[in-house]
Design a protein around this ligand. Sequence first.
Ligand code: 3PG
Length: 213
Amino acid sequence: MTPRDASAYAHEICGLAPVIPVIVVKDVAHAVPLARALVAGGLPVLEVTLRTPVALDVIRAMAGVEGGVVGAGTLLTPQDVKAAKEAGARFGVSPGITDELLAACEAEALPLLGGVATVSEAMRMLARGYDVCKFFPAEANGGAPALKAFAGPLPQMKFCPTGGVSTKNVADYLALPNVLCVGGSWPADPALLAAGKWDEVERLAAEASKFPR
Ligand code: 3PG
């Protein structure tokens, strides 16, 4: 998969909803009810972070939920990319970029939202042929004002800011011309998962799905 094709697909999935829930699941039994609640609420794009021992099983389980587009987050190595693809991930997300990681995603045909934090990193991605990436960690790197400043010299690069994005600041990001959508953990709050409060997850998802952009 070429970087251009990966970016075209990333544009598509970022267009499906204003928020991509960033999901950390510890109990595989939570996978299907969580995915169903998020999709029912209007958030079909699901990023399952590879941060728990059951993450790949969670991706496998969520991949069968109708209407969902399940991806793998926290991709760090080519091995992560291979495992995510085998588990059924349809896209990948990484906190940063390395040449090895980009090459692995291109070889495995896994569209990547690669994490960048600086203009230089965004320029590296543009030079390789990508025009969509993740801005991470968004708030710690200057938040919406920083991303607004990126749009001056690099208007062609579009972003999914993630890290510290919440209901309090999401509108500031979504108002920017270079933001396609945001990533955030709040719709899949681990406390709600532990309590099995799927109705509340669906309510948060429905609220998030209506943010204007
Ligand atoms: C993460 O690293 O877990 C994601 O960036 C989500 O961050 P958040 O909890 O600040 O939304």
